[in-house]
Design a protein around this ligand. Structure first.
Ligand SMILES: NC(=O)c1ccc[n+]([C@@H]2O[C@H](COP(=O)([O-])OP(=O)(O)OC[C@H]3O[C@@H](n4cnc5c(N)ncnc54)[C@H](OP(=O)(O)O)[C@@H]3O)[C@@H](O)[C@H]2O)c1
Length: 331
């Protein structure tokens, strides 16, 4: 009996020690994340500037949109879920006192929706100072194809933004100096771009998320090269690993373990929005183009992603994929 009590006590102490160490580790890591995370220090007001941000109903986009509304920008919330965006808009107006916020329907997975959105913007807006390509989707196993026959992740994360950039570029050139900001990801390092199969409808979507982020960076670098001298800059970023909606399509039981990691170790959406905000507003980026940022600082890219010949080829092939017309602006 005494021996059993002794073993039980030792087990209890061991569990308490392990729990203490685990909690301490998480707390220390949280402090580390808090200390090292980039913060946009710019106090710049955005009154008189028009900003479009895609996919701002949740996560990083929502926090970025709030910040820009708070700085006085005319904010165009380009969202797929219009009802959710309208509710959020009312909240932003109430909290920031900025009445210059509008919601427009945009489904980046549909070439038709991208064209309709751009057509409205070109008709109704007289300037566009900042275009933020924030919207993104990630699937794990479910393969999906859009109405245009494109693979869903690539269509939403890369081809929709590619077409949108073309259709809005004249307005941005007229408004120069203006900025294009692309939310990419460090996860690009796990992928590469197969130029012989740019519509990979049979590939695992989880991998295609990395590919789409690789494509975002190649696109931004080539865009910056093509826009040299126009007054329109293009930069991209990794926001960090964020506790946002992007993980929602991970199925159980994978999601159980993931949720512990996401809640315990990842940045908040507000922290995750800082680098996007920095690229959108900071004066120090006035003449910066073709760069990649992390934690509000310029960050190095892998050698392979900087291949200019591949980027040029990717661009030309993408023009066919999004069915760019001879009457559309060329970049
Ligand atoms: N979270 C991370 O750790 C992380 C890391 C690196 C990069 N990123 C990037 O950060 C960006 C923002 O993602 P998040 O983490 O904030 O995720 P999120 O909370 O899921 O937000 C994604 C946003 O994109 C919108 N969206 C999805 N599909 C769309 C479509 N077809 N058309 C228009 N909008 C669409 C969503 O709108 P609905 O409400 O309609 O779904 C939502 O507002 C993404 O580009 C993502 O790849 C995230």
């Amino acid at each position: 009996m005494m021996m059993l009590l002794g073993i039980t006590s030792i087990c209890c102490i061991a569990i308490a020690v392990v729990a203490f160490l685990a909690i301490s580790f998480i707390l220390l890591l949280q402090i580390f994340i808090y200390m090292t995370t980039g913060v946009c220090k710019s106090q710049k007001k955005m009154n008189g500037k028009t900003v479009i941000i895609t996919g701002c109903t949740s996560g990083i986009g929502k926090e970025t949109a709030f910040d820009l509304a708070n700085r006085g920008a005319r904010l165009i919330m380009a969202c797929r879920n219009v009802a959710a965006a309208k509710n959020l808009k009312d909240q932003f107006v109430k909290e920031t006192g900025n009445n210059n916020i509008i919601v427009k329907k945009l489904d980046l997975s549909s070439l038709k929706s991208v064209r309709e959105f751009a057509e409205q913007i070109n008709r109704e807006e007289n300037r566009l100072d900042v275009l933020i390509h924030n919207a993104g989707t990630a699937e794990t196993f479910k393969k999906k194809t859009t109405d245009d026959g494109l693979e869903m992740t690539m269509a939403t994360n890369q081809y929709g933004p590619f077409l949108l950039t073309h259709l809005l570029i004249d307005l941005m050139k007229q408004s120069a100096p203006s900025r294009i900001v692309v939310v990419a990801s460090e996860l690009y390092r796990l992928a590469s771009l197969n130029l012989d199969n740019l519509n990979p409808t049979t590939t695992l979507p989880a991998y295609l998320y990395y590919v789409s982020k690789y494509a975002n960076i190649v696109f931004t670098m080539e865009l910056a090269r093509r826009l040299k001298g126009t007054g329109v800059t293009a930069n991209c970023l990794h926001p960090g690993l964020i506790d946002s909606g992007i993980w929602r399509n991970v199925p159980a039981p994978l999601s159980w373990g993931l949720q512990i990691i996401v809640k315990g170790f990842f940045k908040t959406p507000k922290q995750g929005a800082q680098t996007t905000i920095h690229l959108a507003v900071s004066d120090e980026l006035d003449n910066v183009t073709g760069k990649y940022y992390l934690d509000c600082r310029e960050y190095g890219l892998s050698q392979s992603i900087k291949n200019h010949t591949n980027a040029k080829k990717f661009w030309e092939l993408s023009e066919n994929i999004v069915q760019l017309k001879s009457t559309d602006p060329k970049i």
